[in-house]
Design a binder for this molecule. Structure first.
Ligand code: ADE
Length: 242
């Protein structure tokens, strides 16, 4: 997958590509990327990229010209262009899955009061919000979206890890433990030390249901659970009722 990122602050995204799992994906050739400072496309003497909003109001708006020139330089009309913004469609695991099927993605990192609407109308395919809160820059939202997408590419992460994790079966993940068996006053649940695979699997399903029910009940109501899991859920509700 090729990823282009248009930003006024390249260091905010550079470290993401040169660290941890992403740096290995880049080394393996599974991901390649270009970070484009669109200030380089501003032609005025001060390389100005923002201006006051028409109609008045607070803040500054990112101008059309430097952004459009940067987008044309990478052939953005033929690529899927994403603009992370609090007014976009909500980002989810299934949205990440859909984007992971693309050969290339372009991200425009907004700042201040956002982009001139004409840039959005001409180039942007997806305006995406990562949650109902406002960040001060589009760079952090961009790296959140890229992180959720690239790890789904074949070869980045072991497929068993992807199968086990939160949202892969529309439930939150079960709790994990590692050595030592006892730390301070807390012990690892006995069942995980039993070596009994079926009991461990049942325990994990219970804990997933419990965690989802307590933390994100609305996720549970959307999940399409198979009959066995629904039975476990009823058992759990009865157990909780006492
Ligand atoms: N930029 C600022 N806030 C954002 C949000 N919640 N999601 C995506 N991009 C943003």
């Amino acid at each position: 997958m090729h990823i282009d990122i248009l930003t006024l602050f390249p260091p905010m995204v550079e470290s993401f590509f040169t660290s941890s799992i992403m740096s290995r994906a880049v080394e393996k050739g599974l991901v390649d990327y270009s970070i484009i400072n669109f200030r380089d496309f501003a032609t005025d003497p001060h390389h100005k990229c923002d201006d006051l909003p028409y109609g008045g109001g607070a803040g500054m708006v990112l101008k059309c010209d430097p952004l459009c020139k940067a987008l044309e330089s990478i052939g953005a009309r033929d690529k899927r262009v994403i603009y992370p913004s609090p007014s976009g469609r909500l980002f989810t695991q299934s949205y990440a899955q859909e984007l992971s099927g693309e050969e290339s993605l372009v991200f425009i990192c907004g700042h201040y009061e956002g982009l001139d609407q004409r840039v959005i109308d001409t180039y942007v395919d997806d305006e995406i919000s990562i949650g109902d809160y406002v960040l001060s820059s589009g760079e952090s939202a961009t790296t959140v979206i890229i992180d959720a997408v690239y790890r789904l590419l074949d070869g980045v992460i072991a497929s068993e890890s992807l199968e086990d994790e939160s949202f892969s079966d529309q439930l939150l993940e079960y709790p994990q433990y590692t050595r030592p068996e006892r730390y301070c006053t807390k012990s690892v649940p006995d069942v995980l030390l039993s070596g009994h695979h079926e009991r461990i699997a049942t325990w994990r399903v219970f804990r997933k249901l419990e965690k989802t029910m307590l933390s994100r009940p609305e996720v549970l109501s959307r999940a399409s659970l198979d009959l066995e899991v629904r039975r476990r859920l009823i058992d759990l509700i009865n157990e909780m009722k006492g």
